[in-house]
Design a protein around this ligand. Structure first.
Ligand code: FMN
Length: 245
């Protein structure tokens, strides 16, 4: 394993930060590293909105369910899937306004996620910690309004960054054998894989130094996914010009 892989495998989300700031030059280097991710047809369909205004941060923290680390982090950014520039390019080149194809939504969302993960990894390589904030999709209208996001742009998730005050233990992922299929998808292995992972995850949770709990993986995860149905998302995205056909 080389140093890059080691860094990747040491990732854990950080939600507790010191009061130290992040130099603007470091922040810019992190964003530049994010932009180096591959991009579907080189559309570069993302924008980063850095939120420095404390009232705006507060509004977004509340919209995200009261997540205090959005207020406390040295930097909080909203990572947007952004087809605004491609829309302009299409009009400029006589192709007309974007129609809102599902494929374009997927391409922009994937581009944004790849850029975001590159950013977090770059930040972690500099000793920073961070956490993504999908909670902003609890009330995406408020986020879009607070940040004056135009049509063809939607807030995908947030990113808090800061110097770690406290780090969680690394959460053990599923074994490679569970997620790696060869030639065909092995659906027959799903139940046993989840059951095995539940068992090993319960042992991990029980033995954690801080925040030990008695739980497996599937129960809280199945519960959490029910709580995040966000039924408003389809109408919200369509109103922004996505997922229309
Ligand atoms: C797209 C995305 C959205 C997330 N949203 C939140 C969030 O709103 N609040 C939060 O505290 N953590 C959030 N997380 C962090 C996950 O809870 C975390 O990555 C997961 O539990 C695994 O833990 P680890 O990152 O420490 O390994 C999010 C992660 C991703 C990838």
């Amino acid at each position: 394993m080389n140093n890059v892989m080691k860094l990747m495998q040491e990732h854990s989300s950080v939600r507790s930060y010191t009061n130290d700031k992040i130099d603007l030059s470091l922040l810019q280097a992190i964003i530049t590293s994010g932009q180096s991710a591959a991009s579907s047809s080189f559309i570069q369909a993302y924008s980063v909105v850095r939120v420095v205004d404390s009232a705006k941060r507060n509004t977004i923290a509340e919209a995200a369910g009261g997540q205090g680390w959005i207020r406390d982090a040295a930097e909080f950014m909203v990572l947007c899937a952004d087809m605004q520039r491609i829309n302009y390019a299409s009009i400029k080149n006589a192709e007309g306004e974007l129609k809102g194809y599902t494929e374009h939504f997927l391409a922009a969302t994937v581009d944004t996620a790849l850029m975001a993960q590159n950013m977090l990894l770059a930040a972690e390589s500099a000793g920073l910690g961070g956490v993504f904030i999908g909670g902003i999709r609890n009330d995406p209208e408020v986020v879009a309004e607070t940040l004056a996001l135009p049509k063809h742009v939607f807030p995908a998730f947030g990113l808090c960054l800061g110097w770690p005050e406290q780090k969680n233990a690394v959460k053990p992922r599923m074994p490679v054998s569970t997620i790696l299929h060869q030639d065909t998808y092995n659906v027959d292995a799903v139940a046993a894989s989840v059951d095995d992972y539940d068992e090993s995850f319960a042992a991990y949770y029980g033995s954690r130094g801080s925040n030990a709990k008695s739980s497996d993986w599937s129960a809280p995860t199945a519960r959490a996914i029910q709580g995040k149905r966000r039924e408003h998302m389809l109408a919200f995205l369509q109103e922004r010009g996505f997922l229309k056909c």
